[in-house]
Design a protein around this ligand. Structure first.
Ligand code: UDP
Ligand code: MG
Length: 134
């Protein structure tokens, strides 16, 4: 099984790429493919189509356009669910300690939730998102 992991611009800017990848590898997942990307607005619009029209959509797009992101095709048994578990809750303040977001992200004072990583939320979404990014 495979999932799409994105290390968002805050993760790249804060030099957390190695730390985030290490957590994935320590869990036993394998990197099947990986690249540093400066995504276009068009690509991000496809990726975040489900959120179009929501109040955080435009700030989210601006945040995701604010610098390079690392796109990872992560592989392993039940990796879709497993990576969501490693990432933790969307809001860094309530994300559990021990998770990527709980331990490492802070978004105080920003318009958008800057939470370091994206992970596909189902097998079907993973397939769709991997086709967009790879
Ligand atoms: N987001 C936000 N405000 C919200 C909800 C989401 O800024 O109220 C951002 C946040 O960066 C989140 C992304 O939009 O990671 C996608 O939201 P989703 O609900 O899909 O959360 P995720 O699947 O990333 O946990
Ligand atoms: Mg989501």
């Amino acid at each position: 099984m495979q999932t799409l992991v994105l290390i968002k611009p805050d993760g790249v800017k804060r030099n957390l790429v190695g730390e985030i990848i290490a957590r994935c590898e320590q869990k036993g997942y394998t990197i099947a493919d990986m690249k540093l990307v400066e995504p276009s607005r068009e690509l991000l619009a496809k990726h975040y189509a489900e959120h179009e029209g929501k109040p955080f959509y435009e700030p989210l797009m601006e945040f995701m356009l604010s610098g390079p992101v690392v796109a990872i095709k992560l592989e392993g048994e039940r990796v879709v669910e497993g990576f969501r578990s490693l990432a933790g809750a969307t809001d860094p303040t309530v994300a559990a300690p021990g998770t990527i977001r709980g331990d490492l992200s802070r978004d105080w004072g920003t318009k958008v939730i800057q939470n370091l990583v994206h992970g596909s939320d189902s097998e079907e979404t993973a397939k769709r998102e991997l086709e967009i990014w790879f």
